[in-house]
Ligand binder design. Sequence first.
Ligand code: S3P
Length: 440
Amino acid sequence: MSSDDNIVFYAEAGGTLRGRVRVPGDKSISHRSIMFGALADGVTEVSGFLEGEDCLATIGAFRAMGVRIDGPDHGRVTVHGVGLHGLREPSGPLYMGNSGTSMRLLAGLLAGQAFDVVMTGDASLTRRPMKRVADPLRKMGALIETSPSGTPPLRITGKQNLQGLVYAMPMASAQVKSSLLLAGLYAQGQTCVTEPAPTRDHTERMLAGFGYAVEREGCTVCVEGGGHLHAANIDVPADISSAAFFMVGAAIAPGSDLTLEHVGVNPTRIGVVNILKAMGADITLGNERRVGGEPVADIRVRASSRLRGIRIPQDQVPLAIDEFPALFIAAACAEGETVLTGAEELRVKESDRIHVMADGLLALGIDAKPTPDGMVIHGGALQGGRINSHGDHRIAMAFAMAALRAGGPVMIEDCANVRTSFPDFLSLARAAGLQVKQVS
Ligand code: S3P
């Protein structure tokens, strides 16, 4: 489904979130389970896989390259690995839909293949910057073309001899890091990537889980080309980025007491918990355990008497990069001013999240000032109103939760892309207590 289908969400004002919810599987880990499973020797069994359109695009791409993948069926996927050199040339372009993760990670992986390939995407993905992967991949010897403005489609010419690279990333991006590490599997010598601040490390963890040597020291991670991946089973935890909407909902709606089960709490993803706690939210992690190399916990959120605005610590920004749409709703409900800086990456997500969120908050009566790299939000009384998500799944879900504290219903336009990351959002949100439905 593309964002051309104007699906509208209608959320009634008020309500509380209560009970226990298990949100769908982690998107980042689901993508990687297919990629590494496909490149491994042997059969990888995945459970808890996110059956959202983004991850289905990754499955489609590997099927098009000759990999047998059974499922998904209730989160179960079986990937029949073909080994690092077993992919076959697809018969046409690979369509990545809305998924930046698929396109950027595959750019690295495909740069090392013996065949040519073209990757395309939907209107949103076609606007997103790809030079951030194309430039360093070219330094490794890849032949890769973008549009003149550095956006998709990507045309990759195979049969290049990739060389290892030592690269300091100019931005904190797990997608760029992962893309280069995937190319590094095919390169001669070592590929080392240094990040300006820690970003999600699922690639490093999963490579190690598949028996591939990964060296990590401080903010640098290195792999050596020419190894093998060995199939390993993967239990995908619930996605903290999807849980974030419910966390914010429970924190802002008086009387709420909600437990989110089996959520991935990898330290590189936990910014939303740290930021909400700093704002005064009542959040506890229980039943902490490890599942397939990733830390997992149940997260209990009880409505706080009052959230307060804060200056968001810069070191938390990459650790919460996908959660700012939800966090801006928390800031709108907090007492005082919340200031976000150092988050210019938000401008190149599925939408310009600074611009689109500020517009939406203003439409609901909140004083929100966009800045080049963040936003200043004065908490206040949310009103009902109509907002446009601009086809951005996370913005749609964040504004649905805002209705819990709004003075009237909230209508959200252009919500089709919620299916990219959270296909059963409406039914889970309703089960927890948000009165939300699709009206067209
Ligand atoms: C992701 C990395 C992040 C994040 C995206 C998923 C990943 O993107 O926003 O949703 O799975 O590696 P950047 O690397 O562009 O920050």
